[in-house]
Design a binder for this molecule. Sequence first.
Ligand code: GLU
Length: 455
Amino acid sequence: MTGPRLRFAPSPTGFLHVGSARAALYNWLFARQQGGELLLRIEDTDEARDREEWVEGIFEALRWLGLDWDGEPVRQSTRAARHAEAAATLEAAGRTYWCDCTRDAIDQRAHAAGRPPGYDGFCRDRGLGPGEGRAMRFATPTSGATVVHDLIRGEPTFDNAVIDDPIIVRSTGKAMFVLANVVDDIDMAITHVVRGEDHLPTTPKYLLLWEALGGGELPVFAHLPMLVNEKRQKLSKRRDSVAVEEFRAEGFLPEVMVNYLALLGWAPTDGRERLSVDELVREFRLTDVNSSPAFFDLAKLRAFNGDTIRAMAPDDFALAAGPWLSGPLDPRLVPLVQERVVTLAEVAPMVDFIDAEPVIDPASWDKAMAIPAAASVLERAADAYQALDDWQAATLKEALVAVGESLDLNLKRAQAPVRVAVTGRSVGPPLFESLEVLGREVTLRRLQAARARLG
Ligand code: GLU
């Protein structure tokens, strides 16, 4: 017996949405654990919206997540002849008719019957032949029911009488999505269709087409729950962060992303949340995926990422942060920064004052310099640091404690003006280690510049 054959079938119309990535992951986990195959099909038949760079982006994002696929990716656009052939087969079998209803007429009829716009259920075979402005529709049965066998949702059943007759070939001669999707799945011998629940309403048409085309044994379905934000709204690219590429650019780690995506609709029986890829392959159960919407919890994803960063070996962390930095990070700062960031993109703003003049953050400046003693702190710190014998975090701290005491300030208050003077901000890695790395000359220069700026 051969293993299951699955496919991930994205449309290249934008960045890879986290919902699509989750679908890719579930397909991948199931295929790998069952010794099956995962094929990749690019559904690039929407000329107005598809772009080649999005196709490349999909490959790149899947590779980054570590989700590989079997064989060459299939381009749906190269299969137009097969789609036309399938349409001809259906026509020859008397399963189609030509229709010249305009969109407006269809929507008006739907409106009059209290149906949503786009409902084509009132088109019927009027004996038209092919011709200008005519599209080919697939005649769905008018009685009986169509049952979807879904590993997650049981057996959603659709009354055939309310299934509209989908257009399968446009008046331009081009196959519609629903036909291309079915024909490709038949030809690719797909056994399991794992995809978002937004496709469930068209699945009965898919099944009817599959049967009409003599596709053989029907695939099993798993319609995955939609992703929602904290307001229980469907994730939207206008409102929410949804692009895998964006998470990558912000410095989320791929293994964290995979771990988090896996939990969007599924959890291991013991409720563990942190799982390696190997554990996911072993423990994931497609049949245990929930049908209710999954909350995409950014705070939780961030927490996973921060935990994972802190658990890394410092060398690995420095290596991982490399692409976000203009130069190597001083080894003395690595563990200090590592403890304080949640994403890799946060590293650069935290340490950029080391190699470049600090950009003074006005809010930090106003707050730190508000105390009357700020000017004295800067002056006395500069004097003390000038006189220091050994330039080390511990001695730098001791000296500033003494400066504070001389002005009746605790260390926290004495430190604030120094930190902003030297780093430009009120938050960052520990101050004295930073000064140690920065060196005496630069530190003194910045303290004096800040004193001058204070007037
Ligand atoms: N191309 C469709 C999409 O990106 C997927 C269709 C399917 O998986 O059957 O939503």
